[in-house]
Design a protein around this ligand. Structure first.
Ligand SMILES: [Zn+2]
Ligand SMILES: [Zn+2]
Ligand SMILES: [Zn+2]
Length: 278
């Protein structure tokens, strides 16, 4: 079965252009060098004959979530995964509000690794702390149902099997996942051997990989490391994401063309791609 991947944002934590920066990439006229914060949506056909024909899974609620939803004309989200609690992946969570109100009102499940649950509740007590009385202030609060995931084997989300794994990200960890023949690995400075073996065996159709800058980086993969992991995993195609302003889209495109004999390319905002899940 074919599923869709929508790129809501492909940029690093500041987004590109960075306010106040006059470097070539930030000043570039190429629309592919304009990057919202990194987030994607997966769209699956609804196997259930009733209801909307597609299921929509959002990965991360960035501070640019509203613009990303508008760019892709998204009017419903059926579930959300939060990869980790860094501001650039989480702080737009309030923008889910209009998708909850209806009518009819909908509660969106939010999946997060158990290690991040406490941090999420502390950061957004007015949404997640059920011990607090929730006053209806102004436009209200998003209706979100917090669910935790672990890394012990597949879990069903929206009727599809997901394998989750933790990736080292500086002093913390990020949640990566594999759905069918698609894997999403962002905000990591390394990939554990066990995860590499799992992904190689899966014979991926499409892989999205962290690729933040040219020089080595303490908390992310740089171009060289991203390329070497893509070679090792050897998917049919791979997309690079979370790029900072050291990276010009066309330059990275050329570097990838010169390094691989299968399609590897920088992703850009508003792209729509497909992958097979079997
Ligand atoms: Zn990030
Ligand atoms: Zn810049
Ligand atoms: Zn991060």
């Amino acid at each position: 079965m074919t599923n869709k991947i929508l790129i809501l944002g492909s940029g690093t934590s500041t987004g590109i252009p960075i306010p106040g920066c006059y470097c070539e990439v930030c000043q570039s006229a190429n629309p592919k060098n304009k990057r919202l914060r990194t987030s994607i949506i997966l769209k699956f056909k609804n196997d259930d004959k009733k209801g909307h024909p597609e299921k929509t899974l959002l990965v991360d609620t960035t501070p640019d979530l509203r613009q990303g939803l508008l760019n892709h004309k998204i009017n419903k989200v059926d579930a959300t995964i939060i990869t980790h609690t860094h501001a650039d992946h989480l702080h737009g969570i309030d923008d889910l509000r209009p998708l909850c109100f209806g009518p009819p009102a909908r509660t969106i499940p939010v999946y997060i690794h158990s290690k991040d649950k406490k941090d999420l509740i502390q950061r957004f007590p007015y949404i997640f702390d059920n011990s607090q009385q929730k006053p209806q202030i102004g436009g209200g609060i998003p209706l979100l149902d917090l669910k935790t995931v672990d890394t012990n084997g597949p879990l069903s989300l929206l009727g599809r099997p997901f394998d989750f794994f933790l990736l080292p990200h500086g002093h913390g960890q990020t949640l990566g996942f594999c759905q069918g023949k698609f894997a999403y690995l962002i905000d990591c400075h390394d990939i554990p051997q066990q995860v590499l073996e799992f992904l190689k065996k899966r014979k991926l159709d499409f892989l999205i990989m962290d690729c933040v800058c040219l020089k080595p980086h303490k908390t992310h993969l740089n171009v060289e490391k991203a390329f070497s992991f893509i070679k090792e995993i050897s998917p049919k195609r791979a997309g690079l994401i979370h790029m900072g302003h050291e990276i010009d889209h066309d330059v990275l495109q050329k570097m990838a063309e010169n390094s691989f004999d299968f399609p590897v390319f920088p992703l850009s905002d508003s792209m729509v791609l497909e992958y097979c899940d079997e």
